[in-house]
Structure formats: structure tokens, C-alpha cells
Write a protein that binds this ligand. Sequence first.
Ligand SMILES: Nc1ncnc2c1ncn2[C@@H]1O[C@H](COP(=O)(O)OP(=O)(O)OP(=O)(O)O)[C@@H](O)[C@H]1O
Length: 296
Amino acid sequence: METVLEVRGARHNYGATPALAGVDLDVGAGECVALLGPNGAGKTTLVNLVVGLLPAKEGRVRVCGGDPRLASTRRRLGVVQQSLGFPNTLKVVELVTGAAVRAGMPRSAAGPVMAELDLTDLAGRRAAKLSGGQRQRLQLAMALVADPRLLVLDEPTAGLDVPARKRFWQLLVERRARGTGVLVTTHLIEESSAVADRVVVLNHGRVLASGTPDELVARLPDRTVIARTALGRDRLAVLPGVVSVRNDGEHVHLGTRTPEALLRVLLAEDPGLSDLRVEGAGLEEAVAGLIERGAA
Ligand SMILES: Nc1ncnc2c1ncn2[C@@H]1O[C@H](COP(=O)(O)OP(=O)(O)OP(=O)(O)O)[C@@H](O)[C@H]1O
């Protein structure tokens, strides 16, 4: 498989604060890699190195063999990042067409990509007048219209509603099938696990674990206790053996390695507990467990 992203020994400090402490990462053509980790793990710093916004103080970053600080390399990149703004006075169609032209694509490439992202009806709207989710879709359209070799997406689903999120993951699958490499950071671990070929867990600026979602889940003999309960998140988080707490509609998902002990305490603390079931852990619980354990 052709490598579209190669990171070797990347280190970065902000003054005295270490952000990356020697990271290796590869993304192949047609591969989707999800970069996961808690707040402050170093994900955005790594993304900034990959897209050429930060220089690598130590180590090496190559996109399609080139330095991402060079404009010629950046043409092969599609980027969606919270911090990237665009001129608010321009219209949607002007921004998408401009992105196509800058990437050496025909102006006609804009139409199909806007249709893919449900932006056709908003073509004449100024970017400043868009909602948060619409702006997010616009950024994605500007990234995709360049037909990039590597898509780098930092929290791309922020602000998207459920149908837009589904459409977004579908789009990634389609692009991946066409050979685009994808590096995506997200807090929606379960959603990303359906699409990601590989997951890289970052913590304290290091790669804590890397593998397919199934491999990571299999590394921990965890269970998920699912129930409806009146107990609040803060109380649940400190119950014995609880590794992670996730709300899913009216249910709560508790990751644990000791489900029997946890069930006893849960039933004692909340006699009204209902809809109880115990399942094998999902990726979200596995990642929380790996971080807690500091797995190598
Ligand atoms: N501009 C900056 N100046 C100083 N320290 C910074 C700066 N940006 C990030 N840091 C620090 O570097 C470390 C890594 O931050 P980074 O933003 O890369 O993490 P992250 O994994 O993206 O976090 P989050 O999930 O919260 O976005 C943190 O300790 C953070 O406080």
C-alpha cells in the first residue's frame, strides 16, 4: 500500500509544555486512521504538524513524500479544522470553486461536491450567514473538491446533526474506496470505529496503542454494563470498577472489568434500576481502559 502520510519521531513543545514526545504514524492510500485520546493528548498538535501549520522541531513529517510546509505538498491535502476560517464575505459557491481552482481542478468540480454535501441550495449564501453545521459542511466541501491524496479532519463532526454525521461517515467510506488516505480526530469513538481501519490512541504526547478497532477491544477483557438509572454521571464514575461512563439516550454505558461487583453496588444504590444488560465492551470502553492502564 502506498504511504500518503509518514510521521517519524515527531516531538513538539510549547515553551516548557511538552505536547508530542516522539510520535510515529503512517496512513496508507485508501486507509482511514482515527486518532483518539483525551483532552490535551497532543492530537491537534500532531494534526498541525501534518498540515504544515507547525514546523516539526524534531522528527520528520512527509505527505506523499513531501514536506507539508511546502505549497506544492499542501495541494495534495484536504483539511478540515476548527481553527481554519474563510472569508465570510464570499458565497458558498465562490469558496468551493476557489478551492477547486487552487488545487488545479476544473471549476465544474464544485457542483457535484456541493451536491454531495447538501450545499446546492445554499450556493448563493454568504459564508457569514451559515449555521455552524453548514459551515462545517462547507469546509468539508472545500477539502474534498481538491480530490486530495490525504484528508486530515480535526473533529469534523462538531456541530453536525445526526443525519449530517451519518452522511459524513458515508462520504469518508466513499473517498477511502477511491484511494484517499484519511486521518480523523474525533471524540465520537463508537461512530469512528465503524469506519476506521486503524485506531491510534494518543496520551501525553505518545502513541499509547494502535491497531484495528477489534484488536484494541480484544486487548481488554472488559464488559459494558448498560442500564437506565437515576444515578448521576458523577456518582457513577466513582463506583467501584467503573472505567468509563457514557450516556446514550436514556441509557448509561459503564465500562468495567468487574461487572459482577459493579452490578451489586448499582442495584444497592438504585433500587429503581431498569433495562439492565451486560455486553462485551465497545471501542469507547476499550480506549478508556487503555488510557487508564497506560497501556504500551
Ligand atoms: N498554543 C499553545 N501554547 C501552549 N501550550 C499548548 C498550545 N497548544 C496546545 N498546548 C498544550 O499542548 C498539549 C497538547 O495539546 P493539543 O491541543 O495538541 O491536545 P489535543 O489532544 O488536541 O486536545 P483536545 O482534545 O482538548 O483538543 C496540552 O498540554 C496543551 O495544553
